[in-house]
Ligand binder design. Structure first.
Ligand code: 3PG
Length: 305
């Protein structure tokens, strides 16, 4: 069967080779559309049984163009780019590959933080992370890797996640927090790891940001949609000690850079999961999941149950 890998942000070549081998060993054929548009995906998908994407949009238009499609795997964690209701209506199984790229995203959190607090290496004296407080907003796979790395920096780490037990956090050396305001109020650094859902969309803005202590830094390697951008802008205007860094560029990024200069920092492209290791881990996991589903319906990690 034909399996389409459609990635506007391509995997590392080694990951593509690995995916090809996994698919071919199972008797499938890889169709590769890299750096393509949605129209390119639509043109390539018409006789494909499987689809592997990253943040690429998979909506009704794509699904309508794919009469033979059975399975979609998002090579990564967040699946807000896939219309799950439509997928279910189309009889598709949608899966993600949880945890496969989380270390890469977590490492970039610290890359961005160090870049910010060392003044982008401009010669001016900066600050250190050691002994500073870090609050992790959602303690999933990325949040846990952030905690592990933060402990290497000797930071004091706490986390909030209603789905994770206190025992788990305590075992990781992380202080559990049950009140969102408390998380923001008590930590100089807050790292956001909530998924973009109807509940979380625009849920972080001025109200939480302005609770942060003096010199507070909010770091977002999750999704731009979870931020209320206008209210974030207002908080940065109200308090000139607050800073915001993100791997997911706000829609108003240019405006924020113009107004707040070095107090904001955005990667030019979403780079969190863009490492060879993460591409190989997530890409190969996705390929194995497609193969297993087409073989016997294995649907571990299905997200549209
Ligand atoms: C994810 O949800 O897995 C990360 O945000 C990485 O997304 P990407 O594959 O689009 O880089």
């Amino acid at each position: 069967m034909k399996i389409l890998v459609a990635t506007s942000k391509p995997f590392a070549p080694a990951a593509v080779e690995g995916i090809k081998k996994v698919l071919e060993d199972a008797g499938h054929e890889l169709v590769l559309v890299e750096k393509g548009t949605k129209d390119d995906m639509i043109a390539a998908i018409k006789d494909c049984a499987g689809l592997i994407v990253r943040s690429d949009i998979v909506d009704k238009q794509v699904m309508d163009a794919a009469p033979q499609l059975k399975v979609v795997v998002r090579a990564g964690a967040g699946y807000d780019n896939i219309d799950l209701a439509q997928a279910t209506q189309h009889g598709l199984c949608v899966m993600n590959t949880p945890g496969q790229n989380s270390n890469a995203v977590a490492e970039l959190v610290f890359g961005m933080l160090v870049t910010l607090i060392r003044n982008r290496y401009n010669g001016k004296s900066g600050t250190e992370l050691k002994d500073k407080t870090l609050g992790i907003h959602a303690y999933g796979q990325v949040g846990r890797n952030v905690a592990r790395i933060a402990k290497g920096f000797d930071m004091k780490v706490s986390a909030l996640d209603p789905w994770v037990s206190d025992e788990k956090m305590i075992a990781d050396g992380v202080t559990p927090v049950h009140d969102l305001k408390e998380l923001y109020r008590n930590n100089q650094y807050v790292s956001l790891h909530i998924p973009a859902t109807d509940e979380t969309r625009h849920s972080v803005g001025k109200e939480l940001f302005e609770l942060m202590p003096h010199d507070g830094v909010l770091v977002n390697a999750a999704r731009k949609e979870v931020i209320d951008e206008q209210s974030l802008d207002q908080a940065l205007a109200d308090r000139d000690d607050l800073r915001y860094v993100a791997d997911v560029k706000p829609d108003i990024a240019d405006q924020l850079v113009e107004k707040y200069g070095d107090r904001v920092f955005f990667t030019p492209k979403k780079m969190g999961a863009q490492t060879a290791e993460a591409n190989i881990n997530a890409g190969l996991a996705a390929a194995h999941q497609v193969v297993a589903f087409l073989k016997d319906g294995t649907n571990r990690f299905q997200v549209n149950k």
